[in-house]
Design a protein around this ligand. Structure first.
Ligand code: NAD
Length: 528
């Protein structure tokens, strides 16, 4: 079994080699899986196999969990002070920063995002995220609370925010480690999201938990490279374990495990349900779920149309539309509808698709053949949705076809004439497909925007601050952006309402996911 991968890059933007082990990272070492399982990793821009990496089975997860539990009890958890945890997170941040080009190259190779975007924004933001939570590690504290039922000062009460124990982290492929995107085209404004695996690991570790993480089976490379940096940073063995594997084996094993105390998940709503069920069937572990979305982008007549167009383009077509918060339902008020549609179409037509290693590329390939067009069970895929939009009577206004003959590229696609009950309006497509709809009044658009099972994010474009506030507060979504799209901030909570999630990532709020609050009462004089 190949246990080390060396990939030589000779591209217009990056020349060099990256070498790292391709086994499971358990207890501080790279080890073979017990059943010797492997998966072929594909470059979605060429459909060619680029690596063969180990995949963990149920038994490997058990071994990793035991390692995490032992490390938590003996070398981590309450045994390591906040400042010492902070130092390790800062060290890891420095190492990630020093390896920006290697990581960006792996992201471009394995995920199809552009190298330039990964280098300029994705990886630097993962560094920021590590530093942000390194800053929290020595500030995880409770409160002193005067006991309500006491009329005398004979008791002192306070809370402690303790680590939960072993955290299972399961993440998707669209931003395997990182979750940012910068537009190369200077006419388009950069938008910012944040990291995925790091988004779970950084707060979990800052709070003193140990972790067993499973990246997506499609995109394990950058996570494996990260393991080499975790080793170098000097975390005690077993505190962080990373086991690439399939969802229905390794992922399921994490969710059903009786020792894991919490699962932090990002992925589809369908899988989120399974995780909730598995947690309920096993040890009632805590869960936080960052799930799918069908975010409305609402553009009023008084908006700056040029800006609204640029943000709308970024909102739906960046990262190939593989963004949970993608503004895929674009509602435009009647007075500017024609002008907006003409400019939006013109911009979409001129987006460059192609090699993620070309400095001019805006849009790379979809992640996999499966995501491109093969429906699995009841889940439709991008090309399938495009067909369903046409079959249900929407107008295919732009795109809708494969781009080129190699790789999983899909043309930026715009539908008009959409009705609320169409699948392309109701369901998450997770591809470069926008449904543009005309509306008349504020009340009408709020009703339409809320007519969804999802509630991840929304955008509203208007110069009227009163209306902006009204709409932002009336849309049922975890994040509301006014006059921009897709811009989570490290310091602000991120998570969905309705079927888009449970709990919050990012900011101080994320710490709640990774701590148990204990009330301590001290008797200082009460006698019986
Ligand atoms: P997915 O749900 O298919 O897989 C996500 C992860 O879950 C993968 O690691 C997979 O192996 C694992 N998994 C699959 N079945 C499992 C099971 N039964 N038990 C445990 N783990 C299992 O999602 P995906 O296709 O990888 O990613 C796309 C989805 O992720 C979209 O729906 C998107 O909206 C969502 N997403 C949400 C956010 C957010 O922050 N809300 C961010 C990015 C992506």
């Amino acid at each position: 079994m190949a246990s080390t991968l060396t990939h030589q890059f000779d591209t217009p933007v990056y020349k060099g080699a990256v070498t790292f082990p391709t086994q499971l990272f358990i207890n501080g070492e790279f080890v073979d899986p017990l059943d010797k399982g492997t998966i072929d990793v594909i470059n979605p821009a060429t459909c060619k196999v680029i690596a063969r990496v180990s995949v963990g089975c149920r038994k490997d997860i058990e071994v990793a969990v035991q390692a995490a539990r032992t490390a938590y009890k003996q070398h981590w958890g309450l045994k390591v002070s906040g400042p010492d945890r902070s130092k390790l997170l800062h060290k890891l941040a420095d190492l990630v920063e020093a390896n920006i080009e290697h990581l960006a190259a792996l992201e471009a190779l394995n995920v199809g995002k552009t190298f330039c975007a990964a280098k300029a924004v994705d990886i630097p933001t993962a560094v920021s995220l590590l530093r942000y939570y390194a800053g929290w590690a020595d500030k995880i504290q409770g409160k002193s609370i005067q006991a309500c039922l006491s009329t005398t000062l004979d008791k002192i009460g306070f809370t402690r925010h303790e680590p939960i124990g072993v955290v299972g982290a399961i993440v998707p492929w669209n931003f395997p480690r990182l979750y940012l995107r910068l537009q190369r085209d200077s006419a388009l404004t950069p938008f910012r999201l944040v990291s995925m695996l790091v988004m779970k690991l950084a707060p979990a570790l800052a709070c003193g938990n140990a972790a067993v993480a499973k990246p997506s089976e499609f995109t394990p490379l950058s996570a494996l490279f990260l393991c080499t940096l975790i080793q170098e940073a000097g975390f005690p063995p077993g505190v962080i374990n990373i086991v690439p594997g399939y969802g229905d084996t390794a992922g399921q094993a994490i969710c059903e495990n009786m020792i894991i105390d919490k699962v932090a998940f990002t992925g589809s709503t369908l899988t989120g349900r399974k995780i909730m069920e598995a947690a309920a069937r096993s040890n009632l572990k805590k869960i936080s779920l960052e799930l799918g979305g069908k975010s409305p982008n609402i553009i009023f007549d008084d908006a700056d149309v040029e800006q609204a167009v640029k943000w709308a383009i970024s909102g739906i077509f960046a990262n190939q539309g593989e963004i949970c918060v993608a503004g895929s339902r674009i509602y435009v008020q009647a007075g500017i509808y024609d002008d907006f549609l003409q400019k939006f179409t013109h911009s979409a037509q001129h987006l460059r698709l192609g090699d993620p290693f070309s400095p001019d590329t805006f849009q790379g390939p979809q992640i996999s053949e499966r995501q491109f067009e093969t429906p699995i069970l009841r889940r439709k895929r991008v090309m399938d949705y495009i067909k369903s939009g046409q079959a249900e009577g929407a107008t295919l206004h732009l795109g809708g076809k494969r781009h080129g003959t190699e790789g999983y590229f899909i043309q930026p696609t715009i539908f008009t004439g959409c009705k609320p009950n169409m699948k392309i309006v109701k369901e998450e497509i997770f591809g470069p497909v926008a449904a543009v709809m005309k509306f008349a009044t504020e009340e009408e658009v709020i009703e339409q925007a809320n007519n969804t099972t999802y509630g991840l994010a929304c955008s509203v474009f208007t110069k009227d601050i009163d209306r902006a506030m009204r709409v932002a507060s009336n849309i049922e979504a975890g994040t509301a952006w006014v006059n921009f799209t897709n811009w989570p901030d490290l310091g602000l909570p991120f998570g969905g309402f309705k079927q888009s999630g449970v709990g919050k990532d990012l900011g101080e709020y994320a710490l709640e996911n990774y701590t148990n609050v204990k009330a301590v009462l001290i008797n200082i004089g009460m006698k019986i």
